[in-house]
Ligand binder design. Structure first.
Ligand code: SF4
Length: 703
């Protein structure tokens, strides 16, 4: 890169909003960023995190050279070691003795190559991702209801809705630009109503007409109660149900049995009946109702059912994929959706195809010319690391994520990795909880160096473009994977020279043998030249010959991807969190703070991002604090699972009595706080495998 100054359009690497960024580089240094006025997600705006991107790209702390057992080695030597040891383990113990664990931070092209190598050539589906912790319940619910993992809505619906219900979503902090869009829409249209359903009063409530502080984990009851209410008040769209849905009677029967009236539902949710009735009346009367849901729904042992309870209400009123009217899952990470498009989850193939469908297996096998395509689903994140602990998975390659910090029961994950025969970690950061446990470390590029695509919450594919040269010997994840694949004897299928070649193959697979019948189809992009790929403007899938400009909304015509073409309402039997609290315990909710991202390896580099919140804390209701002799500002300790976490007490009437909140970002690299995810039980949703990170019983004491 010989330019002295240039501005490049790229995409923010943080949240699932997927904002466009204009990045100004001078003398090989990123000196400024601004919002891309032409990107439809943000139209020129950036939140605080995004606007500090140029303050976070220094090389300090970077992993710059490959290392084997703590010694710097050449790339050839490291790659030989990875390929040789994976090959030997597969020969001795079979393909399921190895696994990949990926990240919603890596690019679609990286994901595609990892998935192809593991599922098509190694022959195992043990390739999962930290997106399992973020949105897999929403994926499972959409598949059950719509026949495919497809978000029906788009961001413009925020501006078109007359009622916006945010459930388990602190969008003001987790999706700030969407929150700002909503705030502006409300200013323009004062008649629009905004309701927040969350046990905690969050910053998002500042915008809300009503905040319903429901009991932690009781969302399923609330939406079952809404379905009953809609039926009892003749607020259903009977014509839509008859023409486009199945399973309505069973879903209503289950809802009615559990939540026969408002008083019963209000008691189950811990809400005043009048508050609930106000919400139900609004929803019944408002055609343009949009329900945004996020981690508060997904991170639950019944997250899939909760999401289906929400979707049931939208289907029963015919409000799916229409302007301003849809259920709308907001993803956490920048490329959670891109990963699932190419099969980054252990329970799906590629291009949204399924292991259960022999035609799909045959299509992928034929397209890849795969010598040993995996035939069955692989291990989902929590089970994968349990298999590592048990010795069933003997080698794991972790790419761009820190499971020893972020998975539930993180201390157990660390012990599992300590015992594992071979831990390979590709990362841009030298020192993380997980790199400390690696046998082989591979230096990877990061945002500002990577080149490829990501997909945001509204299905919009955007380009992330390289701005800076890789430091030291860092390489792109897809290149590292291809080099290992070549050494394992699969070179012909992994001879990519540029991410555009991978993208074209991925786009072609999405349309292969599907006769236009699969929703995730971007086959119209399969012919892009490298120059067209480099210049690709943000576009929403599906992108086909019939919809060359992309598709804003799905299912608005009442057609779905189920075998019958009808959407499915699911009977939901709502249930409380899996692990009940004992008398001396409180319910811990974990989440983000506004200006930090994940384990802060990037955001903590910016002093101004630390100004908003510079230390770990525990938010506590005054009643719970006074019972334990805790004053505001005291250091307090949370205990669970023989682990502890220390934070400063913030006494807040925004907490429900009996509930606590602690941010997820801090660990031993920054303070002696401990890791909050070590306190989270590895309890998962039986359908999606997503852990219950929002409702963990813990003990609280003053330090
Ligand atoms: Fe980046 Fe999300 Fe902020 Fe947009 S809202 S600038 S994608 S962190």
């Amino acid at each position: 890169m010989n330019r002295t100054e240039c501005t490049t359009s790229t995409t923010c690497p943080y949240c699932g909003v997927g904002c466009g960024v204009e990045a100004k580089v001078e003398q090989r240094e990123l000196i400024a960023v601004s919002g891309d006025r032409h990107h439809p997600a943000n139209a020129g705006r950036l939140c605080v995190k995004g606007s500090a991107l140029h303050e976070t790209t220094g090389h300090e702390g970077r992993l710059l050279r490959p290392r084997v057992k703590g010694r710097d080695v050449s790339w050839d030597s490291a790659l030989d070691e990875v390929a040789g040891r994976f090959t030997r383990l597969i020969e001795e113990h079979g393909p399921d003795s190895v696994a990949f664990y990926l990240s919603g931070q890596i690019l679609t092209e990286d994901y595609y190559v990892a998935n192809k190598l593991m599922k098509g050539f190694i022959g195992s589906a043990n390739v999962d991702t930290n997106s399992r912790l973020c949105m897999s319940s929403a994926v499972a619910a959409q598949k059950r209801a719509f026949g495919s993992d497809s978000v029906p809505a788009c961001y413009e619906d925020l501006e078109l809705a007359d009622l916006v219900v945010l459930v388990g979503s602190n969008a003001a902090w987790a999706h700030p630009i969407l929150y700002q869009r909503l705030a502006r829409a409300r200013e323009r249209r004062p008649g629009m109503k905004v309701v927040v359903l969350d046990p905690r009063r969050t910053a998002t409530c500042d915008l809300a007409d009503r905040h319903l502080a429901l009991k932690p984990g009781s969302d399923g009851y609330l939406f079952n109660g809404l379905l009953t209410y809609l039926a009892d008040r003749n607020a259903l769209d009977q014509t839509y149900i008859e023409r486009h849905c199945e399973g309505f009677d069973e879903a209503l029967a289950a809802a009615r049995e559990q939540c026969p009236d408002i008083a019963t539902t209000a008691a189950l949710c811990g809400l005043p009946a009048a508050e609930l009735e106000w919400l139900y009346q609004r929803f019944a009367a408002t055609e343009r109702s949009l329900t945004l849901y996020s981690q508060g729904i997904n991170q639950s042992s019944s997250g899939t059912d909760k999401a289906n309870a929400i979707i049931n209400c939208h289907l029963a009123t015919g409000r799916v994929g229409k302007p301003g009217a849809s259920p709308f899952s907001l993803t956490g990470q920048p490329n959670a959706m891109g990963g699932r498009e190419v099969g980054g989850l252990a329970n799906q193939l590629a291009a949204h195809m399924d292991f259960a469908n022999p035609d799909h297996l045959d299509a992928v096998r034929t397209f890849w010319q795969a010598p040993r395509l995996a035939q069955n689903e692989g291990l989902k994140a929590v089970d994968l690391f349990r298999a590592v602990e048990a010795g069933d998975v003997k080698a794991v390659w972790i790419i761009g994520t820190n499971p020893a910090f972020s998975l539930p029961d993180a201390a157990r994950v660390r012990r599992a990795l300590e015992r594992c025969e071979l831990v390979v970690v590709s990362d841009c950061v030298a020192d993380t909880d997980t790199t400390r446990l690696a046998d082989i470390l591979l230096p990877a590029t990061t945002w500002a160096e990577k080149n490829g695509t990501v997909t945001n919450s509204e299905r919009r594919i955007s380009r992330q473009r390289s701005l800076l040269p890789p430091p030291g010997e860092a390489r792109h994840d897809w290149q590292i994977l291809c080099d290992v694949a070549t050494r394992m004897g699969f070179g012909e299928a992994f001879a990519y020279r540029h991410p555009a070649e991978i993208f074209r193959e991925h786009a072609a697979l999405s349309g292969f043998r599907n006769n236009g019948s699969r929703d995730f189809d971007i086959s119209a992009l399969a012919q892009l030249s490298q120059a067209q790929y480099d210049a690709l403007a943000p576009i929403q899938w599906p992108v086909t010959d019939r919809c060359p400009e992309g598709t804003a909304r799905l299912f608005g015509d009442g057609g779905f991807y189920t075998p019958s073409g009808r959407a499915r309402l699911l009977p939901v039997w709502a249930r409380p969190p899996a692990t009940p609290c004992r008398m001396d315990e409180l319910v811990l909710n974990t989440g983000r703070v506004r200006d930090q991202w994940h384990s802060m390896t990037r955001t903590a580099r910016s002093p101004r991002l630390l100004e908003h919140c510079d230390e770990p804390y525990v938010e506590i209701h005054a009643q719970d604090a006074s019972r334990r002799g805790i004053a505001n500002g005291d250091l307090v300790r949370l205990h669970a699972r023989e682990q502890s976490y220390i934070g400063r007490a913030r006494i807040s009437d925004g907490q429900r009595p009996g509930s606590l909140f602690a941010p997820m970002h801090w660990n031993d690299r920054y303070t002696a706080a401990g890791c909050v995810d070590a306190l989270v039980a590895p309890v998962t949703d039986p359908v999606s495998g997503q852990p219950e990170s929002k409702q963990s019983p813990v003990r609280l004491e003053v330090v």
